[in-house]
Write a protein that binds this ligand. Structure first.
Ligand code: DGJ
Length: 747
């Protein structure tokens, strides 16, 4: 590659590495005194130069140093790339190895490097990818152990034109002695100061991905999961933002882990104000036996830098995850508008009812019918039949095959719910293989939704579930799967793992989940999979690699969804955010909102319905048809456009967001007011991302305005309009109100 377009520059003499494009620079070097890697800089792009010596910081300190009479060789005071344990750095390490003698002191030092074109795949793990070798360069730096045959390859990818660096690590045991990995993070990075606030997505079932933001304090702060899944509680994401950073302005660093299991995102501020960020598999409850000639690959962390605020960070994630994490054939394909029967019927349905729902939905323009939980075994409530993936013929006398034919004959695609990782005790599978459940035979099992978790660390289990699903998929001609997961792992013990390998269970479990996804997609490449875990319990980049959309939350209330979808959009593109219009009063919070408000929120996601359409009035059916027509007209814009968050539901009574097409010819604005206001102030909503010189026609009013004034001054949402011209009227628009505004370039 010519020097000017090179993404990775190496100063071979000084062993300095500079990964860069027009957005970012990432610089580190080999520390000559110890041959360990010293971090120098990550942030906004800076000019390349032969040497970055000026970034080296050395203060003589009374610390513990590597060398005698040398007061500047303490690793504690040197910013590092992949710190080990046991010498002169007392902060949390990126990895910890246990040697046969029992010590954990590591001396892994620089050995060599290679620059690869493009981006190598990660063994057995989902990851971002390139489609052509020119899109990225990957630096592999090999560290070797001075005291064993262990090596670590650190992978750094820099993409052309993206403010992204990805990192992962691969451990390789080249020797004859088995080693134990107690701690294997994907990344560690030391920032020179602590002037940051930590942003993360916190939640629980039915209130996922609420945004939290706190200033860093000296000491350790973290987000994590030890539940066997990425979890409702902490999405595997955090960001470090400057205190003054807003949605549109200022610096922020994003950390997003492409992984669906136990994770840790940790920030440690030391007493010299250095901020160490680490991320990867949660070391708590983790241990891996690395036998001779075996490798251990960590998941990938996607680092994003933005100097255009939090929204800038999100846009970088959206573009990358939509185009280079989600895969063909669905990544850019129009997603079908679906109807799901869950909130319409729960377990109480039969073929007749399902066909009736499907017919009515088809009339309204729906494209995919999804049959949710309860179609198999003897499942009439949540206490039975998971793991027995054969039709419940009492409900479906013609089986899945017969129902599928009827649904397809209506011109709809047909989708089916599975919860592949779970089992109930009343199934033939459990009776035959009680040892396939994660549990410790000598200890009691805990109950979660009356079900238990299958041991997906066991390939036989994965194969057995694949066979059952395969049989249904083949005969049912299934177009879509909703893959649910409603129980975290307790009593973590696998009957197939040796006593000193039980620490591998959580990770092996997730590898088993990925294997099943891979097997299904290998055999059914056109299958569209939507992941789900009691709503957003496993909404993470790992699963987006296989399932390009995810059910965001079991909470379908339009007001609650403002926060949930707004928070989710920090990392995830709208094309991945499962969003449905459901019935009122809402089944999770009892709130009644208009059909307009419900659709106006659900438009900013994959869009579908989850209610009994046979109970809708004629007027409501007309509304539903109009909504579907509207979404069909605008879905490419919504799913492929650039998303801007405008007003935050975490701060205001109003929420607003918008999407602008890549060519800036079209835009769609969603503006939502939770509680009605008496005698209100004038509300102007400043828009974003529009072309300054283009005149846009604004619907529904037909007004014409320049992008420049819409960006600078904004749209006026008139209370008079809301009150229909009366300041004293009970006919006002009341609480839970929404406006959808479409902008189209005039010519
Ligand atoms: C939890 C999911 O999030 C719901 O949408 C639904 O599929 C139920 N499980 C079914 O049991």
């Amino acid at each position: 590659m010519p020097e000017t377009t090179k993404l990775i520059h190496v100063n071979d003499e000084k062993l300095e590495f500079h990964l860069t494009n027009q957005h970012v620079s990432y610089i580190f070097r080999v520390f000559e005194k110890s041959q360990q890697l010293e971090h120098l800089y990550f942030g906004k792009q800076i000019h390349h130069r032969k040497s970055f010596d000026f970034l080296i910081e050395r203060e003589a300190r009374s610390s513990i140093n590597l060398n005698e009479r040398d007061y500047t060789s303490s690793l504690e005071h040197i910013k590092q790339e992949f710190p080990g344990f046991g010498t002169t750095d007392f902060r949390y390490p990126a990895y910890e190895l246990e040697y046969p003698e029992g010590d954990r002191i590591s001396h892994l030092v620089y050995d060599s490097y290679t620059v690869h074109e493009g981006k190598p795949n990660l063994d057995g793990l989902p990851a971002t990818y390139t489609e052509t070798a020119e899109e990225a360069e990957t630096l592999e730096v090999i560290l070797k152990d001075r005291h064993s045959s262990l090596a670590i390859s650190l992978f750094y990818t820099v993409f052309k034109g993206r403010a992204v660096i990805t990192r992962s690590a691969k451990f390789y045991n080249a020797g004859e002695i088995t080693m134990k990995l107690n701690h294997a993070m994907s990344l560690s990075i030391d920032f020179p100061d602590d002037d940051f606030e930590m942003i993360h997505l916190n939640g629980a079932w039915a209130r996922e991905n609420h945004i939290e933001r706190q200033p860093l304090f000296k000491g350790v702060q973290s987000i994590s999961s030890a539940r066997g899944a990425s979890s409702h509680m902490h999405n595997p994401f955090f960001a470090l933002a400057r205190p003054e950073t807003t949605e549109r302005l200022g610096e922020v660093y994003g950390f997003s882990l492409v992984y669906s299991g136990n994770h840790l995102g940790q920030v440690e501020v030391d007493t010299y104000n250095v901020t160490r960020a680490t991320m990867g598999i949660n070391p708590y409850q983790f241990q891996w036996k690395l036998r001779p000639k075996e490798t251990f690959q960590t998941p990938e962390v996607v680092l994003v830098y933005s100097d255009k605020g939090i929204n800038g960070m999100s846009q970088t994630y959206h573009d990358l995850y939509r185009n280079r994490l989600a895969r063909e054939p669905w990544k850019n394909q129009t997603r079908p508008i679906l109807i799901n029967n869950w909130e319409a019927t729960y377990f109480d349905f039969n073929e007749e009812k399902i066909v009736e729902l499907a017919e009515k939905a088809k009339d309204a323009g729906v494209e995919l019918f999804v049959l949710d939980d309860g179609w198999f075994g003897e499942r009439n409530d949540d206490s039975s039949s998971l793991g027995n993936w054969t039709e419940n013929t009492a409900k479906l006398p013609n089986g899945i095959e017969g129902l599928s034919e009827k649904i397809h004959a209506l011109g709809l695609k047909f989708g089916l719910w599975f919860e592949p990782e779970m089992i109930n005790k009343d199934t033939p599978l459990y009776k035959e293989h009680p040892e396939w459940v994660i549990h410790m035979p000598k200890k009691p099992m805990s109950y979660g939704r009356n079900q238990f978790v299958l041991d997906f660390s066991n390939p036989d289990v994965v194969n057995a579930i694949f066979d059952q699903m395969d049989a249904i998929l083949t005969k049912g001609n299934i177009d879509y799967i909703k893959w649910d997961m409603n129980r975290y792992i307790t009593e973590p013990f696998s009957t197939i793992l040796a006593h000193d390998q039980q620490g591998e269970l959580y990770h092996r479990y997730i590898l088993g989940v990925y294997t099943l996804y891979e097997k299904l997609l290998d055999k059914y490449p056109d299958l569209l999979i939507e992941s789900c875990a009691g709503g957003g319990g496993r909404f993470d980049p790992g699963l987006l690699y296989y399932a390009p959309q995810a059910w965001t939350s079991d909470d379908t209330d339009a007001v609650e969804r403002l926060k949930i979808q707004y928070g989710t959009s920090l990392v995830y593109p709208l094309s991945s955010i499962g969003s449905h219009v459901s019935a009122v009063p809402n089944h999770q919070v009892g709130r009644t909102t208009s059909l307009d408000m419900r659709s106006a929120v659900a438009y900013f996601g994959t869009f579908g319905y989850e209610l009994d359409v046979t109970e809708l009035s004629e007027l409501e059916m007309d509304q539903m048809k109009a909504q579907i027509d509207f979404f069909k007209e605008n879905r490419r814009l919504i799913h492929e456009g650039t998303f801007y968050r405008l007003l935050s539901p975490f701060e205001e009574n109003e929420t607003a967001w918008m999407v602008v097409s890549k060519d800036k010819r079209e835009a769609l604005v969603g503006f939502y007011q939770v509680l009605a206001q008496p005698n209100p102030t004038y509300t102007r909503l400043k828009l974003a991302g529009l072309d300054q010189d283009t005149v846009y026609t604004i619907q529904p009013d037909g007004e014409e305005r320049y992008g420049s004034d819409l960006n600078a001054i904004g749209l006026l949402f008139s209370e008079n309009e809301r009150q229909r011209g009366h300041f004293w009227s009970k006919n006002g628009k009341s609480d839970f109100h929404s406006w959808i505004v479409k902008l189209s370039a005039k010519d």
